[in-house]
Ligand binder design. Structure first.
Ligand SMILES: [Zn+2]
Length: 247
């Protein structure tokens, strides 16, 4: 019955949350269950700011080019649904989150450019976005697979040459790193694109993360070497001078 239900409800909820409805004399006698529920929902039913923040984080969790692109759509859709239930989200927000994430992934520069050329209306539709980037992703994966065929080593999906690039000199001349051959000015020679990989080669090695790779800086083609490695004389002398040194 109403009363039994009301009793249970009032027992379950601390008095502080409902006492505004309580009559001085009649208590909750004249208050309906619906009134209590409505009051609770409008006053306390709103999501906590932290929940929204967590939801925002989930929506914006970095997508990796090795994941299926559907993962990205789903994380955004879930977050969007959550936010929509609490009246805080639109398709526009979902599109923004996706574009932001895809930009960070670095593998959709052209597709993002094309996206920007679409009409405003199109650019506000998350569904249109999914169609657009799903086909861009298919093409990206097709190209990756074609490339991999030529590799002697198991190719690692490393999407952009940029990650191999390093500002190698004070003038900011870009340099590129290869695990087998070291740092050099040729943008077409990186760990991933190297054509003469040595045993143990790591496709994902960069100057930042060398994975124990070659630490040589290569000269530009045609540059004559002048530098000679100094002989390690001083160190040998030191060793000889040690009082109980063995020779
Ligand atoms: Zn190389």
């Amino acid at each position: 019955t109403q009363n039994a239900l009301k009793k249970q409800l009032l027992e379950a909820v601390p008095d502080t949350f409902t006492k505004i409805l309580k009559h001085e004399m009649y208590g909750y006698a004249q208050v309906t269950v619906l009134a209590i529920l409505t009051h609770l929902d409008t006053t306390y039913g709103t999501v906590h700011a932290d929940d929204l923040e967590d939801n925002w984080d989930r929506m914006h969790a970095a997508w990796s080019p090795t994941q299926p692109i559907e993962d990205l759509y789903n994380q955004i859709k879930d977050a969007q649904k959550f936010a929509r239930d609490h009246d805080a989200s639109t398709d526009k927000m979902a599109v923004r989150a996706a574009i932001k994430n895809l930009t960070k992934s670095g593998v959709f520069m052209d597709a993002i450019k094309d996206w920007r050329k679409k009409t405003i209306v199109e650019q506000e539709s998350f569904e249109t976005l999914q169609t657009h980037f799903t086909s861009a992703d298919k093409e990206r994966r097709r190209i990756l697979t074609t490339k991999e065929v030529g590799y002697a080593n198991k190719a690692v999906e490393t999407p952009i040459t940029k990650s191999y690039m390093t500002k190698g000199s004070p003038d900011g001349v870009p340099m590129y790193y290869c695990w087998s051959h070291g740092l050099g000015p040729n943008s077409k020679h990186t760990s991933n694109t190297c054509t003469k990989k040595l045993p143990g080669h790591k496709n994902e090695a960069t100057s930042d993360q060398m994975f124990g790779g070659c630490c040589v800086i290569r000269r530009r083609a045609g540059e004559k070497p002048v530098y000679r490695k100094p002989q390690r004389q001083s160190r040998e002398n030191e060793e000889n001078q040690q009082p109980n040194g063995q020779t």
